[in-house]
Design a protein around this ligand. Structure first.
Ligand SMILES: [Zn+2]
Length: 459
């Protein structure tokens, strides 16, 4: 009997605790829903609703832009994407202009869309009517896919994933910017804001000299307080407060040539291909475990007669297997989080290059590319605003991502002058690889987060 009572008690206790658990789960769900709406103002909720209602237009714009090839060197294609986006910026009340590049630079130029506080009919001067931060929004029109590469038109892979050239990097991010601005404009929330959107035409392969291809970009960013870049998002709860810089190097190896049967002898030596292979392998063995440092050989041309065109990144070689190779050219990148890290790596690489195998010689040259965006206190403060937005939207906290997970981006050129956040764009997989994808089911949230970030910072 006592046993039975105790069993009954136990059973009813278990039932009771299941009931409590279910109730508290239901309450939690309910609380979240309430929080979502409570954290957002009426205006903000209207913006959210507009974005939900206009997702078909967002996807259509993405599709249209992806289906225009805009490889960095495809000048006409980049301009065409620029013209398409310019029309969309104009719908959001922005004035647009095209920043052309001199022909010698062989790049399309950049799209700039802007609106100025006080530029409207009011006679009050802008400094007195302006309360919020001046924003500089960064996108790019080009992709790594040139017209001679296999086409990959916009295609739905399933009900929430699409593929296409630049669908994620970064036409998806460009669409996030445009839809967020249109949503704010229709709600009348862009009045008295000072915003410049700068979509470069050569982010993936910026033209030289950089003073020309990034001079205007830097000058306009200096007139802002905060730069927000819309390169790919890493999930819903992380943004970039730091990113690595990128630079380049070129290795040229020369060697005595001769019949292959003599290779490895002191008189004939090792040839240029063995020497280049030694150098690359030693780079890897010596430097590949340093945090935030990476270097990647992108092209390796060796043989008897070699040609390399750094403009087009193309090369050719003629050679026979029974001839010791007299020449090799290798070009690669070098990515780093601080200038000091970059300089130390270069010193080490030069030391390795100098230890030549018999009958070979080698030299390496370095070229600066994009500076790094070091994580700063100012960047963290902007992260704080984004964090409160994602909390108010009920998706949890937003944290700073690992700077090592990102390569360089245009925002790094201006990181020395303004507070910066990157990684506010689309989410997906396989940027720079054929078949890159975008997660369309996360796109509405990312557009909403962008709209609220622009709104709250510009108040
Ligand atoms: Zn990109």
């Amino acid at each position: 009997m006592p046993l039975k009572i105790s069993t009954m008690k136990k059973t009813s206790l278990i039932l009771l605790s299941i009931l409590i658990a279910m109730t508290s789960f239901a309450q939690k769900v309910k609380t979240n829903a309430v929080n979502t709406s409570q954290g957002l103002s009426k205006d903000e909720q209207q913006v959210m609703a507009w974005i939900d209602a206009h997702m078909p237009q967002a996807i259509e714009l993405l599709k249209e832009s992806v289906n225009i090839n805009s490889g960095t060197l495809n000048i006409e294609g980049v301009k065409k994407v620029g013209a398409l986006f310019a029309k969309e910026f104009e719908k959001a009340g922005f004035a647009t202009e095209w920043v052309a590049m001199p022909d010698s630079i062989k790049r399309a130029g950049h799209l700039v869309a802007s609106r100025r506080a006080g530029a409207a009919a009011t006679s009050s001067n802008s400094s007195s009517s302006k309360k919020g931060k001046r924003l500089f929004l960064i996108g790019h029109l080009d992709t790594v896919f040139e017209p001679d590469m296999p086409a990959n038109p916009f295609t739905m892979l399933n009900d929430s994933t699409a593929t296409g050239q630049g669908v994620n990097d970064m036409k998806g991010g460009d669409v996030v910017v445009i839809m967020a601005l249109q949503a704010l404009e229709q709600a009348g929330l862009l009045k008295n804001t000072d915003i410049t959107a700068y979509f470069t035409g050569d982010e993936e392969h910026a033209g030289y000299p950089r003073e020309v291809t990034r001079g205007d970009f830097i000058n306009r960013a200096k007139q802002a307080d905060i730069a927000l870049a819309f390169e790919g998002a890493n999930g819903l709860n992380s943004v970039a407060t730091g990113r690595r810089g990128a630079s380049g190097w070129r290795l040229d190896v020369k060697a005595k040539t001769g019949h292959s049967s003599g290779v490895f002898t002191p008189g004939a030596g090792y040839g240029a291909i063995y020497e280049a292979a030694r150098i690359l392998n030693q780079f890897r063995e010596t430097l590949s475990t340093e945090k935030y440092l990476t270097f990647n050989p992108g092209i390796f041309i060796g043989g008897s007669d070699i040609e390399y065109n750094s403009e087009t990144s193309k090369g050719a070689a003629i050679a026979k297997t029974n001839i010791i190779s007299p020449a090799v050219t290798v070009t690669g990148d070098l990515r780093f989080l601080t200038e000091d890290q970059k300089d130390r790596a270069r010193v080490k690489m030069k030391e390795i290059v100098a230890q030549n195998l018999a009958q070979t010689s080698a030299k390496i040259s370095f070229v600066d590319g994009i500076p790094s965006m070091a994580p700063t206190e100012g960047n963290n403060q902007v992260l704080g605003v984004i964090n409160s937005i994602s909390m108010d939207m009920g998706v949890g906290a937003t944290v700073a991502g690992d700077p090592g997970s990102r390569g360089a981006g245009d925002i790094s050129y201006v990181a020395a002058y303004v507070d910066c956040i990157d990684g506010l764009g689309a989410s997906g997989r396989g940027a720079h690889a054929p078949g890159e994808t975008i997660h369309l089911n996360q796109l509405p949230f990312l557009i909403k987060r962008a709209a609220l970030t622009i709104y709250r910072l510009s108040r």
